[in-house]
Design a binder for this molecule. Structure first.
Ligand code: PLP
Length: 429
C-alpha cells in the first residue's frame, strides 16, 4: 500500500485549483515567535511615528488629495454581511477600507510611501538638509532630481511608488508585468513616471527592474520581493486599527478574538499587516491569507517549502486579481510570519467577480477583484469542518469578530468597474 503524505495531497488539491482552507500547524505563541523574529518589534512603532512626522510634507506634496497628510483609511461595520458575502454568519463583520487610501487607492500606499519617503529623507539629510526640510522643500527637490527610483510591479505598487517618487522630484521608473492594466500605466505616465512594459510575469518584471537599477548608481530600487521598509510600512497599519477598534468599542481579547482576512500576492502587505497586528493584539488576533486558486504562492511556501512556485504545482498564475498574480512568495514575508499566521485559503476568480458585484450593488463599494479575496474567510471559519475545529479550540461560546481587509479599488475607472460587476452578476454566487 502506498501512502501519500499530507503535503502531497495538498499539492494535488492546489494543483487542481480547488478552493481550500489550510491551517498552519507551525503557529506558536506570539511572545515566542516575536522573540525569535529577525524583524524588531519596535521598528513597527518607528514606522507609525515616521508617518506622523511626514504629514506636513505629504500635505504639501499632494495638495487636495490628502485631508490631513495621513496615510490612513476608515474602519466600517459591514451592513447586510450575509447578503454581501452570500452565506449566513454569526459574528460581526468589519471592513478596513484601504481601497480609500489617499493618492494610491490601495494598500500599497502604506508600504510604498514608507519606503520612498524614508529613502528620500535619508538621502536629503546625507546631503546636509535638516529633517524638517528633507522632503518637500525646493532644496530637497533639487537633490532628488539627480536621482531615480525604480520598482517592478503588477500595477498597484508601481502606482504608489511612481506617484510619490515623481511628486518628490525623482525620476521614477516602473517595470510592469503583463497583467498590469492599461489605466494604471496611463495614470502613472500622467503622474510623470516612466513605464517600462514587460512581456513576462511579476517575478520577471521585478528581476528586470532589479538588474537595470543595479547597473546604475543613481537609482534606488524598491524590491517588492525582499523589502523591510515596505513590510514595516504595512505593519504600521496595526496601530491605526487599534485606535479605531477602541473608538468603535470593539473588544479584542481571548474571549473576543479578532479574525483578519488579508488578500496576499507576494506577501509583503498581508504578512506585514499580520506582523503588526500580532505585536499589538498578541494571541487574540488570528490572521488568514487569501489567494486566488491560480496563484497561491504563499500558501505553497508555508505548506510545502522553500523555492516553490505556483508553476511547480501545475498552476498558471493567471488571475483577474492582478494585485495577487505572483508566482513565488517573498522569503522575507514568510520568514517574519510563518509562525504567526493562522492559515490561508484560496478563491476562484468567478467568485471574486460576484463579490465585487454584490459589494457594489448592496453597498455602493468600488473594490477591485484582488480586494475581495478575503471575503470568503468568515465562511471558511464558521462554516467548514476545519474552521469550526479551529474556533472550538479557542473555547466554548467564543464569538469571533471578522475583519475583511479591503485592499484596493477606488481608482478603478468606471468602465472597468462596470465590466467587473457585469461579469460578477453573470457568475454563480
Ligand atoms: C499588492 C496587493 C495585495 C497584496 O500585497 P502583496 O504585498 O503583494 O502580498 C492585495 N490587494 C491589492 C489590491 C494589492 O494591490
Amino acid at each position: 500500500m502506498t501512502h501519500q503524505s499530507a503535503p502531497d495531497l495538498l499539492r494535488q488539491s492546489l494543483g487542481r485549483a480547488k478552493p481550500l482552507l489550510w491551517l498552519n500547524e507551525d503557529r506558536i505563541a506570539v511572545s515566542e515567535a516575536l522573540a525569535a523574529s529577525s524583524v524588531r518589534g519596535e521598528a513597527v512603532r518607528e514606522a507609525a511615528d515616521a508617518f506622523q512626522r511626514w504629514r506636513p510634507a505629504l500635505r504639501t506634496l499632494f495638495p487636495g488629495a490628502m485631508v490631513d497628510g495621513s496615510i490612513a483609511s476608515p474602519l466600517e461595520r459591514l451592513r447586510e454581511a450575509s447578503s454581501v458575502l452570500g452565506y449566513p454568519l454569526s459574528g460581526d463583520v468589519l471592513l478596513k477600507r484601504d481601497d480609500l487610501l489617499p493618492v494610491a487607492g490601495s494598500v500599497k500606499a502604506r508600504g510604498g510611501f514608507h519606503e520612498v519617503l524614508g529613502h528620500a529623507e535619508a538621502l536629503a539629510m546625507s546631503r546636509g538638509l535638516s529633517r524638517e526640510e528633507a522632503l518637500s522643500t525646493p532644496a530637497a527637490r533639487a537633490i532628488f532630481g539627480q536621482y531615480a527610483v525604480a520598482v517592478g510591479s503588477t500595477g498597484n505598487l508601481g502606482l504608489a511608488i511612481g506617484t510619490v517618487a515623481a511628486a518628490l522630484g525623482f525620476r521614477a521608473t516602473v517595470h510592469m508585468s503583463h497583467e498590469a492594466k492599461a489605466w494604471k500605466k496611463a495614470r502613472l505616465r500622467e503622474a510623470g513616471a516612466e513605464v517600462v512594459e514587460h512581456a513576462g510575469d511579476y517575478a520577471a518584471a521585478v528581476a528586470a527592474g532589479r538588474a537595470i537599477a543595479a547597473a546604475r548608481d543613481d537609482t534606488y530600487f524598491v524590491d517588492d520581493e525582499n523589502s523591510l521598509p515596505l513590510f514595516l510600512g504595512y505593519a504600521a497599519a496595526a496601530w491605526e486599527l487599534a485606535a479605531q477598534l477602541e473608538a468603535e468599542g470593539v473588544r479584542v481579547d481571548a474571549a473576543h478574538p479578532l479574525f483578519v482576512y488579508l488578500p496576499c500576492g507576494v506577501g509583503g502587505a498581508p504578512c506585514g499587516i499580520a506582523f503588526g497586528l500580532k505585536q499589538v493584539f498578541g494571541d487574540a488576533v488570528h490572521c488568514f491569507l487569501a489567494e486566488p486558486v491560480a496563484a497561491p504562492c504563499m500558501l505553497a511556501r508555508l505548506a510545502i517549502g522553500p523555492g516553490i512556485s505556483v508553476y511547480d504545482i501545475g498552476l498558471d498564475n493567471r488571475t483577474a486579481a492582478d494585485g495577487l498574480a505572483v508566482p513565488t512568495a517573498s522569503e522575507l514575508a514568510w520568514e517574519a510570519t510563518h509562525r504567526l499566521l493562522s492559515g490561508a485559503f484560496t478563491v476562484p476568480d468567478d467568485l471574486l467577480f460576484s463579490l465585487v458585484a454584490r459589494a457594489h450593488t448592496l453597498l455602493g463599494l468600488r473594490l477591485e477583484p484582488s480586494a475581495v479575496a478575503g471575503f470568503t474567510g468568515p465562511g471558511w471559519i464558521e462554516d467548514s469542518e476545519e474552521g469550526r475545529r479551529y474556533l472550538s479550540r479557542l473555547g466554548t461560546g467564543v464569538r469571533p469578530t471578522h475583519l475583511l481587509w479591503c485592499t484596493g479599488g477606488s481608482l478603478v475607472p468606471d468602465a472597468e468597474h462596470a465590466a467587473n460587476c457585469e461579469r460578477g452578476h453573470g457568475a454563480p454566487a
